[in-house]
Design a protein around this ligand. Structure first.
Ligand code: NDP
Ligand code: GDR
Length: 386
């Protein structure tokens, strides 16, 4: 008997989570449809390894141009793909940027979710299509309870969080009003080598790797005291899938239950790259100073990258505070309690905080080495006809 394949539609497939989720679902045998935005440059780098030529027969990854701000386009894509599962990961996901583009953020993150849910309803797919909404620990904002659970009251602190609050409740509302299998995953921060370069973890590993190879002098950061519950995106996308495989729809906190400061992240990432960073001064004057360097070879992807610290010395200030990265209203501390996800879904994060930092630091070291080699060696086009 021929088993029919499950079909999923991922909005935000070109983002960090979209890339990991697409890979996971393809490995599970799904046909995966993804929505990508039209851009003036290629924007599919994170999923290029999964790409299948449109001329290939039986291809299981199909990309559609689309945008969460365009309802007719969403209706057409859902009609064409007839998904069993929709994962709504698309969003203007940068908290600080949302203060600069609040209306766009509300349009994409809040109304975009409504447009998808309405599209499902307009097409009469309420009982066929399951819906996952990428909700966020930013909903807790000014935290009312520690640790945060599914019942902790929300107190959003940014236009991003306010938009996501609407998306959270409209998902619950469509579940209750139309009996849809619609769920929220309230995910705490999750990172990886695929993380966008302007989120703090990736900004740190990328900058420290470049400092270690003499490509950059200093890393400027905002609030070093911010505390986050950081997990690995690869672990978290598995939870998204598990949430939609249950018999009944529900909302779940996904977190590690462990908290670290931005400063601790810097210290650990520095250590991974052979740089001991000591902290001195306070507030705006606080600085991260190189207190020790350990030249060594770091194994990355089967290669050994030599670290001889030609461009950096003990005593150099490599981290400084720049108030431009402060937010008008900050989320100082987040710590999740994933007990419900663990008990109900049997979920356990597999990748520890030190392992996450190590993977990101090593990945960015490889990238920095590529840039450094190009800078040192230059690029010459050979004349094959000589
Ligand atoms: P990214 O910023 O890496 O990816 C966002 C994706 O959304 C990209 O594919 C982006 O496209 C796409 N996108 C943005 N605006 C639109 C739009 N108007 N129409 C269609 N697509 C759009 O985010 P993450 O992968 O980290 O996060 C995935 C989701 O989970 C987001 O909704 C985020 O808010 C939420 N979330 C993330 C957490 C985290 O720690 N990573 C924690 C909790 C929630 P393009 O590539 O073209 O920019
Ligand atoms: P966050 O992630 O706002 O939690 O949202 P981000 O990495 O941007 O900030 C985390 C904390 O670090 C502080 N910080 C800095 N942040 C950035 N980006 N750049 C800096 O230079 C810097 N210095 C200090 C921030 O103030 C903050 O306290 C992420 C996004 O993925 C959201 O989409 C998601 O919903 C939440 O995580 C959970």
């Amino acid at each position: 008997m021929r088993m029919s394949r499950k079909t999923a539609l991922i909005t935000g497939i070109t983002g960090q989570d979209g890339a990991y989720l697409a890979e996971l679902l393809l490995n599970k045998g799904y046909v995966v449809h993804g929505i990508k935005r039209r851009a003036s440059l290629f924007n599919t780098e994170r999923i290029d390894h999964l790409y299948q030529d449109p001329h290939e027969k039986g291809r299981r990854l199909i990309l559609h141009y689309g945008d969460l701000t365009d309802a007719t386009n969403l209706i057409r894509i859902i009609q064409e793909s007839q998904p069993h599962e929709i994962y709504n990961l698309a969003a203007q996901s940068h908290v600080q940027v949302s203060f600069e583009s609040p209306e766009y953020t509300a349009n994409a993150d809040a109304l975009g979710t409504l447009r998808l849910l309405e599209a499902v309803r307009i097409l009469g797919l309420e009982q066929q299509t399951r819906f996952y909404q990428a909700s966020t620990s930013e909903l807790y904002g000014l935290v009312q309870e520690v640790p945060q659970t599914e019942t902790t009251p929300f107190y959003p602190r940014s236009p991003y969080a306010c938009a996501k609050l609407y998306a959270y409740w409209i998902t619950v509302n469509y579940r209750e009003a139309y009996n849809m299998f619609a769920c929220n995953g309230i995910l705490f921060n999750h990172e990886s080598p695929l993380r966008g370069e302007t989120f703090v973890t990736r900004k740190i590993t990328r900058a420290l790797a470049r400092i270690a190879l003499g490509l950059q002098d200093r890393l400027y950061l905002g609030n070093l005291n911010a505390l986050r519950d950081w997990g690995h995106a690869r672990d978290y996308v598995e939870m998204m899938w598990m949430i939609l495989q249950r018999d009944t729809p529900d909302d779940y906190v996904v977190a590690t239950g462990e908290q670290h400061s931005v400063r601790e992240f810097v210290t650990l990432a520095g250590r991974e790259l052979g740089m001991e960073i000591a902290w001195q001064g306070e507030g705006l004057e606080e600085q991260g100073v190189v207190a020790g360097l350990t030249p060594r070879r770091i194994p990355v992807d089967g290669q050994e990258i030599p670290l001889d610290f030609k461009g950096v010395s003990v005593g150099d200030v490599v981290v400084a505070v720049d108030p431009r990265y402060f937010r008008p209203t900050e989320v100082e501390t987040l710590l999740g309690d994933p007990a419900k996800a663990k008990q109900t879904l049997g979920w356990e994060p597999r990748i520890s905080f030190p392992e996450l930092v190590q993977e990101m630091a090593r990945h960015d070291l490889l990238h920095a080495l590529r840039d450094e080699t190009l800078k040192r060696e230059g690029f010459r086009i050979c004349n094959y006809f000589e």
